[in-house]
Design a protein around this ligand. Structure first.
Ligand code: URA
Length: 210
């Protein structure tokens, strides 16, 4: 664990993650667990949100009470697996604005290419939380963060379920200012770019494809 990476070791997070890793877990249960675990991770990733005060009256007396400062946060799903994390964050922060980044890998150059980008306006004044369950090579995550920065984002966090050391290193090199929050840091990537021990293909498991 470092300034750059937070592994959330809360027992509920670890318990739910084990159920998600288990290959016998059904699509429906996998999706439900991802929603629940994301809600718990969202609590951690929003820990440093800034507060101001509002003058209110309780039934007893007046007070200056803490309240979130600034514009609503922007939640950005990195397609397609990121979509499985939207509901969990939105349950905690229903007023968040939502954006989407779609990237595919060019077979010739092996570079990520953008096929979709839609972000809330005023990104530069918002806390931006990019979500993607699997931080594997880190190439598409780093490219997605590049696009968000080009669109003006200046205060970005990356929220994932599982991270590989290779992906964390790639992100740290490309975007040292972007803090990462995850439920676990796994051992390594295999030769096909899958996280080991991992949980398989997160998109396929949550959408029942393949
Ligand atoms: N994407 C996945 O869905 N799973 C992995 O293990 C790596 C990338």
């Amino acid at each position: 664990m470092s300034e750059h990476l937070t592994v959330v070791d809360h027992p509920l997070v670890q318990h739910k993650l084990t159920l998600m890793r288990d290959k016998g877990t059904s699509t429906a249960v996998f999706r439900q667990l991802l929603r629940e675990i994301t809600l718990l991770l969202a609590y951690e990733v929003t820990r440093e949100m800034s507060l101001t005060t509002r003058h209110i009256e309780t039934p007893m007396e007046e007070m200056d009470a803490p309240i979130l400062a600034g514009k609503k946060l922007a939640l950005v799903s990195i397609l397609r697996a990121g979509n499985g994390m939207l509901d969990g964050v939105l349950e905690l922060i229903p007023s968040a604005r939502v954006g989407f980044v779609g990237l595919y890998r060019d077979e010739q150059t092996l570079e990520p290419v953008q096929y979709y980008f839609k972000a809330p306006e005023g990104l530069k004044d918002r806390l931006v939380i990019a979500v993607d369950p699997m931080l594997a090579t880190g190439n598409s995550s780093a490219a997605a963060i590049d696009l968000l920065k080009q669109a003006g984002a200046a205060d970005i966090r990356f929220l994932c379920l599982l991270a590989a050391p290779e992906g964390v290193a790639r992100m740290k090199e490309a975007h040292p200012d972007v803090k990462i929050v995850t439920a676990a840091l796994d051992r390594e990537l295999n030769s096909k770019g899958y996280i080991m021990p991992g949980l398989g293909d997160a998109g396929d498991r949550m959408f029942g494809t393949k």
